[in-house]
Design a protein around this ligand. Structure first.
Ligand code: ZN
Length: 212
């Protein structure tokens, strides 16, 4: 970090970005007699068969509450699973459930119709010590579960600026992707880990307040 004698100061900021709502598969509901969307119940069901374990994440029809069991573990020898993993399964551990819920690849095995509700949850915090005269900030973005959203859309949402303004900031250098390399990445999907530099002078007060 530069600093001291009149040189520019950079703030380091961390954002953890999560989707508010898990994707919902659309499946044929036997009780409704048609395709409906299903939501996760947050509960894991287990069945031990001899020394092998099956686990399902239980979904419910949003219309009639009929259940659908989504396989998450199939016939895995119990002795190959760690105690903590087993406990997490048995207690429907929130973090584990959330990870299963967001594994879209796994869902796509059962249906091609997946509803992805928009809405992001951004946990922001200051990584470096606060300095009043900072001139630029590096935002370290982490997305623990894959988000199907473009970088420019995330930044315009997070900083409350229009998509057009956001695009201009990337084009004119007010915002720059530091990592991974490649300046055009802002047009593409958000990666698991990214670093974006933003100049203080290009942000309005309302956006500055949303940084951390
Ligand atoms: Zn139903």
């Amino acid at each position: 970090m530069e600093g001291q004698d009149g040189m520019s100061k950079t703030l380091s900021i961390g954002w953890t970005v999560l989707a508010k709502n898990a994707p919902r598969p659309r499946l044929n509901c036997g009780r409704c007699g048609k395709v409906q969307s299903f939501h996760s119940s947050g509960k894991i069901r287990l069945n031990a068969n001899g020394r092998k374990l099956d686990a399902w994440l239980v979904y419910k029809c949003t219309h009639c509450n009929a259940t659908w069991n989504r396989p998450v573990i199939e016939r895995i020898p119990i002795n190959t699973l760690s105690k903590s993993y087993l406990t997490a399964l048995e207690t429907s551990d929130e973090t584990m459930v959330r990870r299963f819920e967001f594994e879209v690849g796994g869902l796509a095995y059962f249906t091609h119709q997946i509803e992805w509700e928009r809405g992001l949850l951004i946990q922001r915090h200051l990584v470096s010590p606060m300095s009043e005269d900072w001139s630029s900030a590096t935002i370290l973005i982490r997305t623990p579960v894959r988000l199907h959203i473009r970088v420019e859309r995330l930044m315009s949402y997070a900083l409350d600026i229009s998509r057009a303004d956001c695009r201009n900031l990337f084009l004119e250098g007010g915002m720059k992707i530091r990592r991974p390399s490649g300046q055009q990445i802002w047009r593409g999907p958000v990666k698991t880990e990214m670093e974006i530099d933003v100049q203080r002078c290009v942000l309005k007060t309302s956006s500055l307040l949303r940084l951390y």
